[in-house]
Design a protein around this ligand. Structure first.
Ligand SMILES: Nc1nc2[nH]cnc2c(=O)[nH]1
Ligand SMILES: [Zn+2]
Length: 453
């Protein structure tokens, strides 16, 4: 759809209808009857009024007749950002939620993760998790893989092939007394991390990047943490790990690292707390630790399904926001049983309401705030908000085409005259993948899947 136009860019697609997104100032901004143009690079080129279709088509050089018009109960929202998900644990999602974290890791997680030596096993699970999350509206995922470099590279390739934006981490762990066949030597962990990063960067995937991934302080020697901090610093890379998920874990970290001020300080002193760091859980962080997060620009991935399923704790998300610490949502499959970010939205609201039940003065999160956490907040938590998170001109078009009234879908009734805000609320609380008609990442339609030979 290109022709001579005044602007330097060529427009590939134009959509007309309702757009719902978040900004720094407004948790839910509703843009009705807008025209949004996407250029051939997949970036949002313009957003204008639907009434101005003729002048905009002249200015940008597109055919007014080629505009895609959304239906009455449809809207576009930004793609959701899963800031913490273990792709490798998807094989047992929905089971094994009867033990507390550290026993759960030893009994279920480590034995399963050890299987990713087998690349065909890895290919099968990783293909399913990428497809399932995309279909459920996760346009950006921050993945943990396993300690296996080749299988982790395969996850990157699969995310790229299906067009998902992703950070992919080869897990690093040189301490594992309970399942000793699932650990690396410090040298292996260091060398394989370097190999993983260099091979991943060599691929030049447009949307998939490596992330330095110490599993958590209990799985890593101080020497390994130091090496990983150095690798991240030298290559300006993202970092992900877990922190203060359970009280037992916090206590053990204190015993294992007695010379540090706090759990956060352990990561900080090893150069692992940066503005490209995302730490999962953080249920039991102190105010001092949150201050350090804020100072360093590090973020928290709130994983409420997992926190409840493993009885780890309840993150006080309001306190994190009050500390102005960047906050996103994570499914934390398979500690969290659902791979859907819609579930993460609902469990975030449930947790906030449970805190209100305990203390009626507690300021419950609104669904609008949680919508922001699932989209713009997540992009900020991953320091990817220059590229994604909302509908701002210049950002990539990462979007879900939602049809709240999809035939055969889970939403039966929409009352006459209810506006887009109600459609959004119904979708967040009642909707599922049947309501997500299309998914776009960087302007490319990635759902429905195109059958490949
Ligand atoms: N929920 C969760 N917490 C962890 N802490 C260290 N590893 C893990 C993991 O795989 N899942
Ligand atoms: Zn996790």
């Amino acid at each position: 759809m290109t022709s001579s136009n005044e602007s330097a860019v060529d427009i590939a697609h134009v959509y007309r209808g309702t757009f719902v997104h978040s900004t720094d100032h407004t948790a839910v901004e509703i843009l009705e009857d807008r025209l949004l143009g996407v250029d051939t690079e997949g970036k949002i080129a313009f957003i204008g009024s639907g009434q101005e279709v003729d002048s905009l088509s002249q200015k940008w050089g597109f055919e007014a007749l080629a505009v895609t018009q959304l239906g009455q109960y449809e809207f576009f929202m930004p793609g959701m950002v899963d800031t913490h998900i273990h792709a490798s644990q998807y094989s047992y999602a929905g089971t094994a939620l009867d033990l507390p974290l550290l026993q759960w890791l030893n009994t279920y997680t480590f034995p399963v993760e050890a299987c990713y030596k087998d690349l065909e096993f890895a290919r099968n699970v990783y293909t399913h998790v990428v497809k399932r999350t995309l279909r459920n509206g996760t346009t950006t995922a921050c993945y943990f893989a396993t300690i296996h470099t080749d299988a982790s590279l395969l996850l990157g390739q699969i995310a790229n092939d299906f067009g998902q934006r992703a950070l992919v981490g080869k897990v690093c762990m040189d301490t594992n007394n309970f399942v000793p066949h699932y650990r690396e030597t410090p040298e292996e962990s260091h060398d394989e991390t370097n190999r993983f990063i260099s091979e991943m960067l060599k691929k030049k995937y447009p949307l998939v990047r490596p992330v330095v991934t110490p599993r958590f302080a209990l799985s890593c020697s101080a020497a390994l943490l130091g090496h990983l901090g150095e690798i991240a610093q030298n290559n300006h890379l993202h970092i992900q790990s877990h922190i203060s998920e359970t009280k037992e874990e916090v206590k053990l970290v204190k015993e294992l690292f007695p010379d540090y001020d706090s759990y956060t300080d352990v990561y900080h002193k090893h150069n692992l707390l940066t503005d490209k760091t995302v730490m999962a859980h953080g249920c039991h962080l102190t105010d001092e630790e949150l201050k350090l997060f804020r100072e360093k620009g590090a973020s928290v991935a709130h994983c409420p399904n997992s926190n409840i399923s493993l009885c780890s704790g309840m993150l006080d998300a309001r306190r994190v926001l009050n500390h102005k610490v960047k906050l996103g949502l994570g499914t934390d499959v398979a500690g969290g049983y659902s791979p859907s970010m819609l579930d993460a939205v609902r469990r975030t609201l449930d947790t906030s309401k449970a805190l209100t039940i305990q203390d009626p003065q507690y300021q419950t999160l609104t669904f609008e705030e949680v919508f922001r956490l699932a989209t713009l907040g997540g992009s900020q938590a991953l320091s990817l908000d220059e590229h994604t998170g909302n509908f701002q001109v210049g950002k990539d078009f990462d979007a879900l085409r939602v049809n709240a009234a999809m035939e055969g879908g889970p939403i039966d009734l929409i009352n006459h005259g209810e506006g887009p805000k109600v459609l959004l609320e119904k979708f967040l609380n009642l909707g599922d993948d049947r309501n997500i008609a299309e998914v776009y990442v960087a302007g490319k339609r990635v759902v429905p899947f195109v059958e490949r030979p």
